[in-house]
Design a protein around this ligand. Structure first.
Ligand SMILES: [Fe+2]
Ligand SMILES: [Fe+2]
Length: 505
């Protein structure tokens, strides 16, 4: 069978000293030259400070690679106006490389003198036009320096692009097969729906994390659509993951419905003009009279501020909900005296079981900051709970989003999202529900569907569908998630996800 092999290197951080020598770099490049690769992608941080001597050295070092080479800039390359030198001495900052059956589109995600990344308006539109232009290609790869999905072991920051949610939405819409990147020197591979997110580690500098060694990734594209990504360390240790795209993508649920959840968020009950009382009342009526769920989950920001008057109003609304309720606080709920009031009015959120289902509420909100944290102890608790309830269908519930959401700008992010995402995917959580960012989004990461709710009744949202809530039906073999428009009750499909081992009714 025909196949195509790509070597993915990154973060060489080449310095300009005359005695520069990297054994890891030479080892990896010799291997790449010797083995059968069709081309090589370098996802940035070619140099350490973007200086002239560094670029000179880098040109020499990159010249050792005897295969077609795609190189894009990282945050270190654009320091000290290094992007000018990059264009002069290495190549274009954005571009397209065509190969048999496929295409690599690379984008400059850097912001001069900052470590953070963004694919700004012009570049975003340029990328969209390229994806339209090459829509007929069997293999579509998009490459940039910064992360698309939060990675574990990256420390405090998540280091995803500011507009990672928009990019993720765009790549999924255009059936992109692989997103390749580098940046925080942590090799990792995730599957997000049918998109493979391939992070290279650090090919040749000393700044590896958690005592790791240098590595590069090997991407193999098979003619039948399967993709293999192998992380190959200089020690010879290898870790491989295989991906096969799902076909067909539309399924019909089998058997009876076992559970119906209504998921809502950011009602922000208050007397401010942005709170749409009628919309919330209407939504509650739709839920009670038409949808009749087993459980209503509110993912936080129940009130706009943690004051008594707002909690008094909030409880009036939520007393009308007839189904069982599970409410986790958001960052608005615990401002001022909010945490005490939350406990007084709604009680401590508690784990519970329901048939073969188990629910774990997690408090990610922090006092007086929109930034969320689960924390190292919190992560251990989640891991332990997932292990304990392995036999059940596990649902983890928190306020802050773990995967980037389109149109949201990741300001109130979950600080340790990378580590939390690893705990959830490795612990094979069956469903994760979040409710921050004011927009609805749902994707399956590895085996775990993650669904974010938009705002049910707050005018300041980012959702083109308007105020809405989610309706999630669990069948024996499948999860079906809809978004329901809060005023009209019309539905839009968020996602259909198969359950590996069918549940018993
Ligand atoms: Fe780097
Ligand atoms: Fe970087």
């Amino acid at each position: 069978m025909r196949m195509l092999r790509i070597a993915h290197i990154s973060d060489t951080h080449i310095t300009g000293e005359s005695a520069y020598k990297s054994y890891a770099y030479d080892l990896i490049v010799n291997e790449i030259n010797r083995l059968d690769f069709d081309f090589v992608i370098h996802t940035g941080d070619v140099t350490n400070q973007g200086l002239r001597e560094e670029y000179e050295r880098a040109t020499y070092e990159l010249g050792k690679i005897e295969k077609p080479l795609v190189v894009l800039p990282g945050n270190h390359d654009v320091r000290n106006v290094g992007y000018k030198l990059f264009e002069e001495m290495i190549g274009p900052l954005n571009g397209v490389y065509e190969f048999r059956d496929g295409v690599v589109i690379w984008v400059d995600s850097t912001i001069p003198d900052l470590s953070d990344g963004r694919i700004g308006g012009h570049k975003f539109r340029w990328l969209r036009r390229r994806l339209e232009e090459y829509s007929d290609r069997k293999f579509k790869l998009v490459a940039a320096h910064h992360h698309l999905v939060p990675l574990p072991d990256t420390g405090r920051e998540r280091n995803v692009l500011y507009n990672a949610g928009d990019l993720l939405g765009l790549l999924l819409l255009h059936d992109v097969n692989i997103y390749t990147c580098g940046h925080k020197h942590v090799p990792n591979v995730y599957r997000v729906e049918d998109l493979i997110v391939d992070n290279a580690g650090c090919t040749s500098c000393k700044k590896t994390r958690r005592g790791d060694v240098n590595s590069y990734n090997i991407i193999t594209l098979h003619d039948d659509g399967r993709v293999e990504v192998r992380i190959r360390r200089v020690t010879g240790e290898e870790k491989s993951a295989w991906y096969k795209p799902l076909r067909p993508k539309i399924f019909i649920p089998r058997g009876k419905r076992l559970l119906r959840i209504v998921q809502m968020s950011e009602s922000n009950v208050s007397d401010r003009i942005y709170f749409r009382r009628k919309v919330l009342e209407n939504a509650i009526r739709i839920i009670n009279e038409r949808l009749k769920p087993n459980l209503v989950i509110h993912n936080g920001d129940l009130v706009d501020m943690g004051i008594e008057r707002y909690y008094e109003r909030a409880i009036e609304f939520y007393e009308k909900v007839r189904a069982e309720k599970l409410i986790v606080p958001g960052h608005n709920d615990i401002t001022y005296l909010g945490y005490d009031l939350f406990l007084e009015y709604f009680g401590e959120p508690e784990t519970f079981e329901f048939g073969g289902f188990a629910f774990l509420p997690v408090i990610s909100a922090q006092y007086e900051t929109p930034i969320g944290v689960v924390g190292r102890i919190g992560q251990k608790k989640i891991a332990k709970w997932l292990e304990e309830y392995r036999e059940s269908f596990t649902v983890v519930i928190m306020h802050h989003n773990i995967i980037p959401v389109p149109r949201s700008r990741e300001l109130g992010f979950l600080e340790d999202a990378g580590d939390v995402l690893r705990v959830l995917t490795e612990g094979r959580a069956n469903l994760v529900l979040t409710g921050h960012g004011g927009n609805t989004f749902g994707v399956k990461v590895e085996g775990t569907p993650i669904v974010n709710a938009g705002s049910i009744s707050w005018e300041l949202h980012r959702n083109p569908f308007g105020n809405s809530f989610n309706l999630i039906d669990v069948y024996e073999d499948m999860i079906v998630a809809f978004e329901v428009q809060a005023t009209w009750g019309t539905r839009r499909l968020i996602g259909l996800w198969k359950i590996k081992e069918a549940l018993k009714s």
